[in-house]
Structure formats: C-alpha cells, structure tokens
Design a protein around this ligand. Structure first.
Ligand code: ATP
Length: 277
C-alpha cells in the first residue's frame, strides 16, 4: 500500500507544487497517472520513490517512509525515470553489479524479456539507442520482481511492436501484492492495461478511481441527437464523442482522453459524479 498523507512539496519555498495532497494506492493494481505538462507527475512519483522529500506530510510504502530510504524500502521499489542512462558495461556485467540489490531477481525472466523486446544480448549498454536502453531498464525492472514498480513515461521511445510487447509483459507480471504506476501522456498505450486512473492538475488530485467505478458512473460514446447531458465532448472525424453520467446500467469502453479532458475542463461536473470535494 502506498499512502501519501498531507504531502506539501515545492522546489522553491515560495512556490508550492503540492499543498496537503492525499492519495492511497492499494496493492494489486496498475495505476495510470495522468496530468498536463508541468502538473507534477514526475515530482509526485519522485516523492513516492524517495528521490525528493516532502516539506511536510509523508509518503510511505508498506509502512516505510520513502524519505528515509532504508535498505528494506529500496529493495521493494523500482523506479524507471523518463530518461534512462546505462553504464559502459556488457549485460552480464550489468546484472552482476545491480541484480544483487533485488532478492527476487529472476535472470531467466530478464533475458526472456530482452528476447521479446528484440534487444541484442551482446552489446555495450551505453552504445544502445534511447529506445533500446529503455527496454533494458523495463526488462530489468520487471525481472527485479519488486512490490512497487514506478515508471515515468515508460512507452516513450518504444516503437509500435514494442508498445504491444510492453503491454503483454506488464499484464504477465501482474501480482496481487504489486503496485505498478505509470505516468504518461500516451493514454492509448494504457488501453486495457490499467485498473485505476489518477489525474492530477495544479498540485491537486482531480480524480482517483478504479476502472469499474468509472464504468459504473460514466458513459463514453457518440453523442445522440437531442442529448445535451454530456459532461464533456470532443469532435472527431467520426462524429462527436461525449462522456456523460451513466444511468447505472449502460456499458461502454473507458476513453481516457475524454475522461482526462472532462476532469480538466469540467471538474465540478466530474466531482459531482464521483462525489468528491
Ligand atoms: N528540478 C526542478 N527544479 C525546479 N523546478 C522544477 C524541477 N523539476 C520540476 N520542476 C517544476 O515543477 C513543476 C512540475 O514538474 P514535473 O516534472 O513534476 O511535471 P510533469 O507533470 O511530470 O510534467 P511533464 O508532463 O511535462 O513531464 C513544473 O512547473 C516544473 O517546472
């Protein structure tokens, strides 16, 4: 469980990014963290990973405070930053140096993920392309089998086949006791992958809800003639797509773009539906 309690944080004392932010993330789920540029996604996940520290409030993972960075905390969390650098070593050397920090590291799984991702095994890591480096990080992170996996823009730099493979590998490595958080703008890459959506803006959590709850409360679809109950709508080449309150029995496919825009541009409407402050 990740518990963020009254988190206040800013890079400068005069400029606060988060003001008493609260968020609880139970295990067993894949979370999609969404927000506009500069909303604070990276800063929030860096607080969770203990890479930057709250000014007040706390951020704990399974009861351990991130800011203390105790060995038992670091052993259960893996953070993949947006920009991934790798040292000038071979893959076996990399594994020898870094895998020892993770008790449950599965070397066989690591090489399997590399094969799925089509990354050459005989290489000097610093000579790889941006996307290949990202794949090495993802393969290593998943093989590390940590309880918490946090990824900042994980699909950035991945080619189209690799994005599909990425989704398959994430699905395959799901566990009831694992928390996976993906911060991204590439909402299409999250399709079918996430269980829960967190939307942040201007230092606030606009929405934190599971897919099931969203499906029960909201309907995503084409605008019908005469229907003006939409919370938000967007014109597409195929017609106007809208999100509106669900009457409780309709089923529709979650449209993350519509949901995101509705939360940004019609927050009172979304809050009324989810009965949040
Ligand atoms: N090291 C830093 N020093 C000062 N300000 C920073 C630093 N890193 C981020 N910020 C500021 O904090 C705010 C949030 O940045 P952050 O990178 O967390 O946003 P983000 O949601 O991840 O953005 P993006 O989607 O563009 O990656 C921005 O206004 C940014 O300018």
């Amino acid at each position: 469980m990740i518990v963020i309690k009254d988190l206040t944080y800013g890079y400068h004392s005069r400029n606060t990014l988060f003001q008493e932010l609260n968020l609880t993330l139970p295990p067993g789920k894949v979370y999609g963290l969404l927000g506009k540029n500069g909303a604070g996604k990276s800063s929030l996940i860096k607080n969770m990973a203990g890479l930057i520290f709250p000014q007040t409030g706390s951020c704990t993972i399974n009861g351990l405070e991130a800011r203390h960075r105790r060995p038992e905390f670091l052993a259960q969390i893996f953070f993949i930053p947006e920009e991934c650098e790798l040292p000038p070593v071979t893959i076996p050397a990399f594994l020898r140096i870094y895998s020892v920090f993770y008790r449950s590291f599965d070397e066989g799984a690591f090489y399997e993920y590399l094969r799925i991702f089509n990354v050459p095994e005989n290489c000097q890591l610093d000579k790889l392309s941006f996307g290949q480096k990202k794949k090495i990080h993802i393969a290593f992170a998943l093989a590390a089998n940590t309880n918490v996996l946090i990824m900042d823009e994980p699909t950035n730099g991945l080619d189209i086949p690799s994005k599909i493979e990425f989704r398959e590998i994430i699905t395959r490595t799901r566990r009831h006791d694992k928390i996976t958080i993906m911060s991204t703008h590439q909402v299409k890459d999250l399709d079918g992958l996430i269980d829960s959506v967190i939307i942040i803006d201007q230092g606030r959590v606009l929405l934190s809800a599971d897919k099931e709850e969203i499906g029960q409360k909201l309907y995503f679809g084409d605008k019908q003639t005469g229907d003006d109950t939409s919370l938000y709508g967007i014109d597409t080449p195929a017609g106007r797509r809208i999100v509106r309150r669900n009457n409780g029995i309709e089923t529709s496919t979650l449209d993350l773009e519509l949901l995101f825009n509705a939360a940004i541009y019609n927050l009172p409407g979304i809050r009324a539906v989810f009965q949040t402050q």
